[in-house]
Design a protein around this ligand. Sequence first.
Ligand code: GLC
Ligand code: CA
Length: 566
Amino acid sequence: MEKTLWYKDAVVYQIYPRSFCDSNGDGIGDIQGIISKLDYIKDLGVNAVWLSPIYKSPNDDNGYDISDYRDIMDEFGTLDDFKEMVKGMHDRGIKLIMDLVVNHTSDEHKWFQESRKSKDNPYRDYYIWRKGRGKNGKKTPNNWMSNFVGPAWKYDELTGEYYLHLFSEKQPDLNWENPKVRQEVADICNYWFELGVDGFRCDVITYISKVYDKNGNLPNGSLLKDAPLMGKHNYCMGPRYHEFMHELNQKAFGKWDSMTVGESQGITFKDAFNSIDESVQELDSVFSFEHVTTPDSILMVFPKKFNLVKFKKILSNWQTLPLTSQPTLFLENHDQPRSWPRFVGYCQENKEYAAKMLLVAMQMQRGTPYVYQGQEIGMTNMVLKDDEYKDIMARRIFGIMKKVCPPLMPIARKAMAKRARDHARTPMQWNDSENAGFSTATPWMYINPNYKQINVKASEEDPNSILNFYKKFIAFRKGKEIIIKGSYIPYYEKSKDLFVYQRKLQNKSYFVVCNFKNKEIKFKVPQGLVCKTSSIAISNYDEINTLTLQNYTLKPFEATVFEIEE
Ligand code: GLC
Ligand code: CA
């Protein structure tokens, strides 16, 4: 099938199904709930949806632990619901990107159930089993740590060996060295392509190829350099990563007019370049996470202030990818805290301007933009008590801290208040009725009490809402050649207040001026900028201080795009 590269001009809306809309009153979002909101999604102007996992799962990690890749989680509905949803999307010109979680399965997947039975079970080699170290084999096979804290190995008494799990104990890692595993993954992709899916977001895909020594053992990592979440470790972008991805592309992705995006922790710019250029036929794009670590440290316990200079530097670097590679543009997802006030500081009075400014700052860049459910109405983090966190990550951090070092609990509490994944997972706020219109029953996760003010209905009624600006901006962005393929020229890179850049195609360009501060800032037209005529293309202020590009005073959180001709 010919590749139309439709994603080059797509805006993707991410749905976290558990928290989106509950249709049958059990407190859990579901597929029929999504179907009931398809017109809302279309109205936003997006042309693709990335759906977090909806496959069968015991929900140790909310669907990121899959026990059957070819069926739908009972709580979410049936395959027939799924087909109805795909049709509903396609009828509205919306593509569907499914989550592909194949670094690991659930321990309740039948492959793993078989695998643990005996050392000679045909499925044994689907996973990574190793003997323990030390005299009586009581030490884990190596020192790798799980991304959810604690050792990455679990001892299984049945066969007296350990299995590797880079996430929870209920998420055993698949052994990608085994060609049968790779074939299974390709078959799963094609199964969903045949059902109409348009692409995949590939979960922690940079972890699939592990480093082995010449005896087939997995070597220790150095604790500092190889600690999880630090970027580079012995299971990130291992030696066979490119080979595995190319094979999957040949067997599945490349056979369809699809779009793929890798969740690519620890990927470097160079790695990315080598894996998403159209010529290499692996993935179409990757999420890298460098820029979302600028507001808070990855280790979470050391709070720091958002660093705009660093943030711009990272994003500007990704903009230097050639036109044959597609960057991704995002601030939020189901693992990240809400973007306000994370990237702008607390600013209740001008919050709407800040949220709109962030949209312009991100989406005037080249790449495929992502909007995470609720971002378009300015949903925020929630204040939770220790026992109100539902996510496995927060629960494990609190659990271990309480046991190992109770005096450090306040630090953990502070870190989770800022950084927990729960913040993005509170139910979508549809209106100001009970349970925010998300469900008629008590929802599985707490609703942010600010739903009385922040909700879709109120946003639709307010012409100046964040939501209405999202619609206006997304419509503006669509089909604009300069945005899709214009060059990117940064200005004032050292400014701690402004994010300024130009997008240029021949003699026409957009000049983007974003004020990241909640105060007026003087703006000066950069020296040497060639500009014969200019006018305002779009701004988050209806009444700004100028009609053309010139020196002027920017309003708090102003984002204005000038169209200029040389
Ligand atoms: C990805 C997902 C996250 C999940 C993890 C393990 O990082 O985004 O939600 O917990 O992979 O599958
Ligand atoms: Ca439901």
